[in-house]
Design a protein around this ligand. Structure first.
Ligand code: SAM
Length: 246
């Protein structure tokens, strides 16, 4: 399917999500260290010894929040996974739309600021279905997505938008980006950018969720009960429990 931004869904996500995160990985990681309170709270109230999956884990910011549970990270960006591994985390490259985990294998699942990078309703639901598939009955998952209704300085006219990432030119090091083993991601052409003063500006694709949209998305899951939902720091979030089999 072709998205409203004029490119087929997969191409849009490859060019304006995956390729961009690979190039900005180190700069992005340097800006991501403070856990959001709702996520922190969710992770700190899990059962001792619980096993979880953080899908779209980025630099692994949430993987060690609670040392009394074990969280496996995964992300589509090989560069971000390399950062996770360098930090000593268990993390693998894979796509949220095809997770290489068995059904019902995790006590908890987190998806923090990931689903908004999927560019069609079918792909967003497909991603949520995958998260739910790997959750065990009785387990809980937390999903955060960016809100259309932002309280900060960002205001959006459309739901499907490009959000610029400004990277100082001195952080861009093409030699370093070619040092990793070949993979579909690293051999992909570098994403397009514009020069603005001292910055390289990359465009990341986002689908900004309107009020009620995330609730409706998880509401399509069979056997799911929403236990908490709300708005926090320009994001919508939901906690969903998988019903025990009757
Ligand atoms: C805004 S970042 C959030 C990272 C992390 N969850 C955090 O809260 O810091 C979005 C992440 O989603 C990942 N991502 C985007 N599309 C993905 C997909 N289809 N499968 C897995 N990860 C994906 C990106 O590579 C990136 O690491």
């Amino acid at each position: 399917m072709t998205s409203t931004l004029g490119k087929p869904d997969r191409v849009l996500e490859q060019d304006h999500v995956h390729d961009v995160y690979n190039v900005i990985a180190e700069h992005f990681s340097a800006t991501r260290y403070k856990p959001w309170p709702v996520v922190d709270d969710f992770l700190k109230h899990l059962q001792l010894g619980a096993l979880g999956a953080d899908v779209g884990c980025g630099n692994g910011k949430y993987l060690a929040v609670n040392p009394q549970v074990f969280t496996v990270g995964s992300d589509r960006s090989i560069k971000l996974i390399e950062i996770c591994r360098a930090r000593g985390f268990e993390a693998m490259v894979c796509d949220n739309l095809r997770l290489p985990y068995r059904d019902a294998s995790f006590d908890f699942v987190t998806s923090i600021a990931v689903i908004h990078h999927m560019s069609s309703p079918e792909r967003r639901f497909g991603a949520v279905e995958e998260l739910f598939r790997i959750l065990r009955p009785g387990g809980s998952m937390l999903i955060f997505v960016w809100a259309f209704e932002q309280e900060g300085k960002r205001k959006f006219q459309e739901q499907d938008v490009f959000v610029p990432w400004h990277m100082p030119k001195q952080r861009y090091n093409p030699d370093k980006s070619q040092q990793t083993a070949p993979s579909p991601d690293t051999t992909a052409p570098a994403p397009a950018f514009k020069e603005e003063g001292e910055d390289r500006v990359y465009q990341r694709y986002y689908h900004m969720f309107k009020a009620g949209e995330l609730d409706a998305l998880v509401g399509q899951l069979e056997g799911a009960t929403t236990v908490k939902a709300g708005y926090d720091r320009d994001n919508w979030y939901v906690v969903v429990r998988k019903d025990e089999r009757g």
